[in-house]
Write a protein that binds this ligand. Sequence first.
Ligand code: FE2
Length: 333
Amino acid sequence: MTQEFETTRGRIDGDQVHFGQVFPLSVICASRDAELSAACDWVGRQRDELVRLSSEHGAILFRGFPLQSDRDFDQFVDAFGLTNFPYEESLSNAVRINRTERVFTANEAPSDVRILLHHEMAQTPVYPSRLFFFCEQPAESGGETPLCRSDVLLDRLRDRSPEFARMCEERGLTYSNVMPATADAASGMGRSWKCTFRADNRPVAEERMRSLGYSWDWLDDGSLRATTPVLPAVKTLPSGRQAFFNQLIAAAGGWKDARNDPSKAITFGDGTPLDADDVAVAVEVADDLTFDLAWQQGDVALVDNLVTMHGRRPFTGTRKVLASLVAMDDDPA
Ligand code: FE2
């Protein structure tokens, strides 16, 4: 028998309204002592609607749902019936640890590292359509997940800096980063080239890079500088709106560790450098538009990766936020 499961749509502190829609949309569990199986049945019934709403609103926060553990989160995500985007197959720079087949730690970077706004893997040709986040344990302080609507950002950037917005759109962007030979957990982008390209040796890595259109240099210390093909900086969404779908803010400001210098991390697609003042305008507009999701234990967020950027605020204490990614090819929206 299907257990009753009730939800309401609420508002939370600091949420925003864009194009008449609340960002993020909050869906609150209204059933007392609800069981996970009932929540998952409800998800299964609402799945198409929820996926559609996550695109319209940019993100949905599920609050008060009966999730405690990584396994609960795995079940909840599974109830959506969407295809998993496995971390091992991604070209992500981040070091992560899998908890279940589809659930992993969001980023193993140290707590004082601020992770700047980005679209997941927009600096690679292969990226997920959506992301789920789950708060297993909120930080003692800080640790919010900033969320920013890139379609609104592009509109504002076109007003503030039309020439820069036009250059981004016409020229595209190229990203370059240095990957260590073995994982560097002290860096937010410390994934090794062996892991990134699923290669035990250089010829296999080179073959994979060639098939993806990358260029590369091997460095003396065994690390690899990999440069992407020209990737678009602006994407037209299924809604018809356009979004600033790229990794400009994170790459220009945050791709910094023992191996990487942010000033070399990103150029226009024709190889010309970005103007630091233009980048600063994009950062300022994004900061203005950012909503900070202050996590409560059990929260789940479903984020449309094409519409909304995310990041991570520094924190104190232990913060356990897990993530799960949805593959592009299975997206019903
Ligand atoms: Fe991310």
